[in-house]
Design a binder for this molecule. Structure first.
Ligand SMILES: [Fe+2]
Length: 303
């Protein structure tokens, strides 16, 4: 009888002291795929330790005072509006970063990966082939846009606009860069420069950093804050935008690590640069939340 493939991979990892590598990497290693060697795997595990200490402990990942405050649900209406306006500016500027990322792709496969995200943002739902896809106008959180239909109401920006309308904000009051604070625009420009930039390794470092920030739990904090706000004030803000992204991130997190390992084994990664540019991206992310924190203090009660 053949051993279960997962069990034999675990055995392989144990034999060479490679515990911690994802299964796709172990599979490539045991199959002696190009670029994969036990030596390189050991170097990767050492590098991962560095990433854990020097990148993933960034203050915006481990301690975000704004989202911690938001989660308490004690916002006033002005603070909620200000948040939606800044988030809508970010949401639109992200399209520019993502479009640039797509243009700078150096393989058809990575162009497709970037295009999936971009097209989904502007209104093409993912289709996973599962039944529940058609039940929501938001569509699935996995699958592909290929062959799927465009709808205006599937654009993420419109989900934010749904909240804005409930808050009495007009279309012209959200989304445009002129509504962004200096901090929000700094973050967006850093996204365009690093995440959407033409240097592949820098863009991968920024991407890994952004994914780990997004998976760190801030979507959940925002959702809980909004729910408390709705309960307390009787508002009925539609939270689809936040709930959908929270689900998406939970599903992304699993792939982020696999992508990093693939990058490490197949490219000649500069480890120092990866840490450096990853941190630079997270500094941009932190600037956004710091700006929101400063703004909410100004809008808060004076007591
Ligand atoms: Fe989105």
């Amino acid at each position: 009888m053949q051993p279960h493939p997962q069990t034999s991979l675990d055995g392989f990892a144990h034999r060479y002291h490679l515990e911690g590598l994802t299964h796709p990497s172990l599979l490539a290693l045991s199959g002696e795929q190009d670029g994969y060697s036990v030596d390189k795997a050991k170097r990767f595990l050492t590098f991962q330790q560095r990433i854990n200490h020097e990148l993933l402990r960034h203050r915006v990942i481990v301690n975000n005072p704004y989202t911690a405050w938001f989660e308490e649900g004690a916002q006033n209406a002005a603070q909620i509006k200000a948040f939606i306006i800044q988030f809508s500016v970010f949401s639109n500027q992200f399209l520019i970063a993502q479009l640039n990322k797509m243009i700078h792709a150096d393989t058809l496969e990575s162009m497709h990966a970037s295009k999936e995200i971009l097209a989904n943002e502007i209104g093409v739902r993912y289709q996973s082939g599962k039944q529940q896809d058609s039940q929501s106008f938001m569509g699935a959180i996995e699958g592909s846009i290929d062959g799927s239909r465009f709808s205006f109401n599937a654009a993420h920006f419109e989900w934010l606009y749904n909240i804005a309308k409930e808050l009495g904000l007009s279309f012209a009051e959200i989304g445009q860069p002129k509504h962004g604070t200096e901090a929000t625009l700094f973050f967006c420009n850093e996204l365009i420069r690093l995440y959407g930039g033409d240097n592949y390794q820098i863009s991968q470092a920024a991407s890994y950093a952004v994914e780990n920030w997004a998976a760190a739990g801030f979507w959940g904090q925002l959702i809980r804050g909004f729910q408390k706000y709705n309960d307390r004030t009787g508002a009925d803000l539609p939270l689809g935008f936040f709930i959908w992204h929270d689900k998406l991130e939970a599903q992304h997190a699993a792939h982020t690590q696999e992508e990093l390992e693939e990058l490490y084994f197949t490219q000649d990664l500069d480890e120092d640069d990866f840490i450096h540019y990853g941190n630079e991206m997270l500094d941009g992310v932190a600037a956004f939340w710091d700006g929101l924190d400063e703004q909410r203090r100004k809008l808060g009660s004076l007591h």
